[in-house]
Design a protein around this ligand. Structure first.
Ligand code: SAH
Length: 509
């Protein structure tokens, strides 16, 4: 039996990339994940499909679970023999009540470990272009709870000392006490003109920053209706933001982008989005699986030397073909007399990783182009093998046949419906937290619509940018009632990302 354990894990401030490697491992191996509102929902997509996910934060339709109930829950699940990952925003021991949870675990004799996280107290200022220390401004900073009413007698906060004794002050949970905090600092000698920045939902697409001084920030915050969760940064370092702001200047800043490809293929697109300052949310609408039977592929592999060309139309096709080749006790030497065609650069790269040189890659990544490119190199009667998906389009084999080739279309893998959390996607769309949808094939559109099963899909997508990888995908989307905002000019992932950038720039005017 696995040993039960509770991991108190810092999820970081919001940008899912800001979790530690160790924290991510704890998510991947957990039987139970207990999480609250400040942990990024994207992190939960790394959980095992059978993991139990328990939300204990506040939400509009539910009260937050009380702290002693959360403690009890952790104890209970651990006593059932489970591996429990308690995901907490930022660092678990910075105002997260992680210390209390740990105490209860110890008292109950439960094995536990702490995985520190990147605290919002440092990371949120950084994403707003504010270094908490700087040689020219200050050599120290303090992190202070803003939750304590400054009017309270017997305060644990030494206002008289921190007001002038420390350069940078970072208050967490302080928005409702903002005016009192500013008054207290001024009362104890901090200059009213000291710069202050408020940063809300820092490191996430929703990040908002408001800058003022101890004297005027309360008024400004009221006007802007600036609310929690936010950090309050007080000190000269705030001025550096004018020069150092970076995150808010990125091209996809403020955009959360849905990636609907299969889990195996999503990462390239997600990475590009995140390099541009957007947040990728992976919702695989497709899963790649083994074919129902390998008999046709096995027969084709047996007869490989009889083919003039093998045409690969996807990375998955390459992967499944070579996995099977190996299973049959064979390798690339079987292909020595055969020409190899790859439909695009990624497929070519996949083939090259097996040590093969690809004989032909069309200049444009469409079946129609392949045919034009092969026309001088195919004689009537030549045999062509197409190892591909069960649902691949018929246009390529048909056209090859018209050229006189003998075509064997073989199912090397099949695509099945993805198993992502559709409810989570619907909720994000309802709350307007998803800004762009990307579709990379007709089946991603079809499965997306089916998985969501939302009668009000049109309404949900009203303000959302829908980006399609090419005309065929766009047609499918329109047939299903989805309006396509922008279509890639080059039918590749880079082309799709360019299209997204174009649409975002147009909307921003
Ligand atoms: N353990 C957490 C803090 C928990 S207290 C950490 O180390 O970051 C909750 C407070 O943290 C919020 O009220 C807010 O002040 C701050 N906070 C957490 N995430 C934030 C974010 N993404 N943007 C702004 N403030 C954040």
């Amino acid at each position: 039996m696995k040993k039960s354990i509770v991991y108190l894990v810092g999820a970081g401030p919001g940008d899912p990339g800001l979790i530690t490697i160790k924290g991510l491992e704890c998510i991947k191996k957990a039987d139970v994940i207990v999480y609250d509102r400040l942990a990024s929902p994207r992190l939960l997509t790394y959980a095992r499909p059978e993991a139990e996910l328990i939300y204990v934060g506040k939400s509009p339709d539910r009260h937050a679970m009380k702290q002693h109930e959360i403690n009890q829950l952790l104890v209970e699940k651990a006593k059932e023999g489970k591996v429990v990952t308690r995901l907490k925003g930022g660092d678990p021991f910075v105002f997260g009540r992680g210390g209390e949870e740990a105490e209860v675990l110890v008292e109950n004799g439960i094995h536990y470990e702490v995985v520190p996280g990147i605290t919002s107290a440092v990371a949120v200022p950084a994403y707003a272009g504010v270094p908490v220390t700087h040689r020219d401004a200050t050599s120290d900073f303090a992190v202070i709870t803003g939750n304590e009413d400054p009017a309270k007698e017997n305060s644990k906060i030494y206002w008289d000392k921190i007001a002038t004794g420390i350069g940078t002050l970072v208050f967490l949970m302080g928005m409702s006490n903002l005016s009192k905090i500013c008054e207290k600092l001024i009362q104890y000698g901090r200059s009213p003109s000291t710069p202050v920045a408020l940063v809300r939902w820092g490191t996430r697409p929703e990040q908002q920053t408001l800058v003022g001084t101890l004297q005027d920030i309360t008024e400004k915050a009221k006007e802007a209706e600036f609310k929690n969760p936010a950090v309050i940064i007080v000190g000269e370092v705030v001025k550096l933001r004018e020069k150092l702001a970076w995150f808010e200047n990125k091209k996809l800043f403020g955009k959360r982008v849905l990636v609907t490809r299969s889990r195996e293929q999503a990462s390239v697109l997600s990475q590009r989005i995140e390099e541009l300052g957007g947040e990728a949310y992976e919702f695989p609408t497709i899963q790649i699986a083994e074919p129902d039977t390998y008999a046709p592929l096995d027969a084709a592999i047996d007869a490989l030397s009889s083919y003039k060309w093998v045409v690969f139309t996807s990375v998955n096709g390459v992967k499944y073909f070579f996995n099977r080749l190996k299973k049959l006790g064979k390798d690339v030497r079987e292909l020595h007399g055969t020409n190899i065609c790859a439909i695009g650069p990624k497929t070519r790269e996949a083939l090259e990783s097996y040590g093969l040189i690809v004989d032909y890659v069309p200049s444009e990544y469409r079946a129609e182009k392949i045919i034009a490119g092969l026309s001088g190199r195919l004689e009537p009667g030549d045999r062509v093998l197409l190892p591909r998906a069960d649902i691949a389009r018929k246009i390529l084999p048909q056209a090859l046949k018209e050229m006189g080739a003998v075509v064997d279309e073989i199912t090397a893998y099949k695509t099945i419906m993805g198993a992502g959390d559709a409810q989570q996607v619907i909720e994000m769309l309802t709350r307007k937290e998803l800004h762009v949808l990307t579709f990379t094939s007709s089946s991603t559109v079809r499965n997306f619509v089916q998985l969501l099963g939302a009668a009000n899909l049109k309404e949900l997508l009203k303000d959302v940018i829908v980006a399609s990888i090419g005309p065929i995908t766009s047609t499918t989307a329109r047939e299903l009632g989805i309006e396509v905002t922008v279509e890639a000019e080059e039918y590749t992932i880079d082309g799709l990302v360019d299209a997204v950038l174009k649409a975002v720039a147009e909307r921003q005017g």
